[in-house]
Design a protein around this ligand. Sequence first.
Ligand code: ME8
Length: 700
Amino acid sequence: MDNPGKFYITTPIYYVNARPHIGHTYTTVVCDAIARRQRMMGIDTFFLTGTDEHGQKIERSAAAAGCSPKEFADKVSGEFRALWGRMKISYDDFIRTTEPRHMRGVQALFTRLQERGYIYKGSYSGQYCVFDELYVDAVGPGAPCPECGRPTETVHEENYFFKLSAMQEPLLKFYAEHPDFIRPETRRNEVIAFVRGGLRDLSVSRTSFKWGIPVPGDPKHVIYVWLDALANYMTAIGYGSDDPKDQQKLARYWPADVHMIGKEIVRFHCVYWPAFLLAADLPLPRSIVAHGWLLFEESKMSKSRGNIVRSETILDTLGQDALRYFLLREIVFGQDGSFSFDALVQRFNADLANDLGNLSSRTLSMISRYFEGEIPYPSASARTAADEAVESLAQKTIGDFHAQFEQFQFSRALETAWLLVAAVNKYIVENEPWAVAERDDKDSKARLATILHTSVEALRVVTALVHPIIPEATSRIWSQLGLGDIKQMDLRQLAWGQIPNGTKLGKVEPVFPRADKSMIERMQQMEQQRSTESDKKPESQPAGTGADAGQRATEAVAGPGPSSSPAATKGTEPGAPLVPAAGMIGSSSGTGKITIDDFLKVELRVGQVTVAEKVKGADKLLRMEVDLGNETRQIVAGIAKAYDPEKLVGRKVVIVANLQPRKLRGLESNGMIVAASVGEDGLPVLAGFLEDVPVGAKLK
Ligand code: ME8
């Protein structure tokens, strides 16, 4: 395939059984930065992301949520897309594995493998890990998965098999001939050792569930989810389509230049995917680049561990550039790295608000003040060794930054750029343009022009280099520099001394307002709020779907609902929401209204708190025992921020009594306490009565 001057990069397609968190954002931002830079280098770039929507895991999650797998996938896939939209991720296409174009392509690949004799029918008896969608060497029902430790399931099935064993030698040969195929080196070595250890044929179809792409001609089988998922990299650009436009696109962009992945899915990408492609006689991707994990509270950030941080919390506070800069600067690419709100704010203040922010605002405001906003020109006679030193450091920075970025050393590349920022800030302090400005002679004026020109040139160089990483702020600095749209700049040409004569600054404004310490607490609170909210929803559950949404509301401190409820008490604002929303109670018609029958399904009762105490290690949760007249219920609710446990004992409350029990922090919660959600922070205010009401009374 003849395709010079193009660049095709992909993220993994993310499973739709968990909402996006900053682990997903990490990979996506890395790819986005690479794609943006490639485009600035004049390269025809295609950046693909998407969602992985088939398989038993998703089918079960959807069933648990009481909706169809497709509805379930639509919802969560939409959340990924909305987040990337909000972050202005510059992807060119978003593939969903439930799209016809993908399903058709996967079937074409399956057929091709069959026709080439690499697929045969056999039977499989052994252990399967549903979480990893992986056949494993474990013995006996419930044996732990060697990858994730979860209990495996025994599968006895008639399956189609892929002759992976036949690919051992071709794979080893390919790895040897393409030393850059797997990066970094450590992953390459692991993969080679794994393949040398021997490969067994791989089951590539399942009959025990339906949520997948049917095997062509044998629809009781669905195609193995990883064969389905990996093919996205080709189906998205036209594989399997007869349309000449798609075929052209495929010829243009395939093979991919970079498949960016997290290290836990190396085997699928570096063994199975190339094996399928070799067997199908299709070109292999140029490289598979595996990064490390983002850790939070010392373990891999993941929904199942409950230690995730959502990107939205950071977008709502410090903004996307802060998150992007942090991820690329703080985490050494390829290695695991920790996330903390403290470190995020520290980096933001030190590097962005102070270093780059100050360089930009003081340079530009001095040009405004002393040169009426027109970038001054240096004069040879006013140049000193200090100017020469900044210029040559800037030239070196350009070269080093490019080299490091191309080696995926983002953290070092940013460090390199910030050495220049620090040097120019120091240069400004040492050369005291403000003092020079006070002298009114011609030489001083020339010197002032030279100092500010040197500073602004260096600022321009840094801004252009780091634009792919912090696109928003740098676009603003660029237009404040009076240089127009930064996207039009050709990064290949970047060199010292390119500011056009007579350039007039745009409107000068600060780009990074400093974050004060309270920001850390605010983000932690937002995150806790979000996690309490999602504690209400099973891992599998997208917001607002599902007949068991009532279950999600079990621990709700304040589900939304009819604001005219008679139960509202003092302190609440009119309109503050109460009880589960219409859409959460079974069969919403889609208009947001429910029938009286729907409402009557909810059993609301008056109870009296007899015991209330804080839940260890969860500063929002209270454990209560509530007397309902004929029984006492244990209820765990996220109201600790608003109520002292002592004050609750004896209080009458309203309970949703017919919710399925569920566990929170290991405690069974058997009902939901009703509260209004007040203010931006959703502070809970318990529902109660002005008149005395007997315990157990029913609300209707
Ligand atoms: O594996 N640190 O999807 P997935 C860094 N559908 N990166 C992380 C991360 C963390 N803590 N958590 C997630 C799948 N990621 C399959 C992929 S591709 C054909 C199919 C990122 O939703 C990282 O890129 O579990 C990781 O590989 C990916 O999300 C896993 O996403």
